[in-house]
Design a protein around this ligand. Structure first.
Ligand code: TA6
Length: 281
């Protein structure tokens, strides 16, 4: 890995958990860590605030295994697929860090490329500042029409699942994967059991209101028509070896992408960009 990618005082490359290489980023507002494994943002924290992202203490950090927490990149499919890894192969691949930059305002950008994949050119651009901006671009370099699903499967650190409410999805129809039915609600989301909901045809900004941490987290998105809300609760937590039994009260996933009926069809030469900005106030 070239030292030229490091930016003294702002970006350092070093071995992280499991010996996997990570970029350590410092800005005037925040710090972040991004592993080349999965181009996985594992940490983002504004100075003076709790971490914005949740990371399981039981997560694996190993070639071929997904990291449990932060922002897993989901591509080219969402969910299980017989004979293939759930949520696609992007999150378990080693990406190449191709470019880093210190902007004049002190923000730091990092560009990652996913090594050749089935005729797609896949890049991930991360901008670390007082907010965290992530842009996943996929171009179809083949001669065939392709259908893909993309998602930034973000795990948020919260004070307690019983304390939070989630706004922005009121009135949006969702597939409830726990109850196997479609539904919509007119009030903010409050969670008191396993929740696994795929909201379709929505470009809404979502806020996670967390009075316990005296902060709200804002999830803004572009190029995304699906939002997924997930908390495994007790029984599913116990079934996940890379997730602590007692961790579910301190996390919630609000995921931004294009899945199921919002999957993206790319003609030869076409591309799509999924953008997500995370901020807090
Ligand atoms: O986004 C919610 C979900 O699809 C859940 O059904 C659950 O499986 C979660 O993703 C985690 O999936 P993973 O493959 O990372 O264990």
């Amino acid at each position: 890995m070239s030292d030229a990618l490091e930016i003294p005082g702002h970006l350092t490359l070093a071995p992280g958990n499991g010996g996997l290489l990570k970029a350590i980023v410092e800005t005037p507002w925040s710090h972040a860590e991004i592993y080349l494994h999965g181009a996985h943002v594992t940490h983002f924290q504004k100075i003076g605030e709790p971490p914005l992202l949740f990371m399981s203490a039981a997560s694996q950090f190993a070639e071929g295994s997904p990291i449990r927490g932060g922002v897993p990149i989901i591509f080219p499919w969402f969910g299980p697929r017989d004979g293939f890894p759930a949520h696609g192969y992007a999150r378990t691949s080693t990406w190449k860090l191709t470019e880093t930059c210190l902007l004049s305002n002190g923000a730091v950008t990092l560009r990652f490329t996913l090594p050749s994949t089935d005729g797609f050119q896949v890049e991930f651009l991360v901008t670390v500042a007082d907010s965290l901006l992530m842009e996943l671009s996929v171009a179809n370099r083949s001669t065939e029409v392709a259908q893909i699903e993309t998602c930034l499967h973000t795990y948020f650190q919260i004070s307690d699942i019983s304390a939070i409410s989630i706004t922005g999805l009121e009135g949006v129809t969702y597939l409830d994967k726990v109850a196997a039915l479609s539904h919509s609600e007119s009030c903010p989301i409050q969670i008191s059991s396993e929740v696994d909901r795929v909201y379709g045809d929505t470009r809404a900004t979502v806020d996670i209101l967390d009075p316990g941490f005296q902060r709200s987290i804002r999830v803004e998105k572009t190029g995304s028509d699906s939002t997924i809300v997930w908390n495994p609760w007790i029984e599913k937590s116990k079934r996940m070896a890379d997730f602590g039994d007692e961790e579910y009260p301190h996390m919630v996933c609000v995921e931004s992408g294009n899945v199921a009926g919002n999957a993206v069809t790319l003609a030869p030469g076409a591309s799509s960009v999924l953008g997500v900005r995370l901020s807090s106030f």
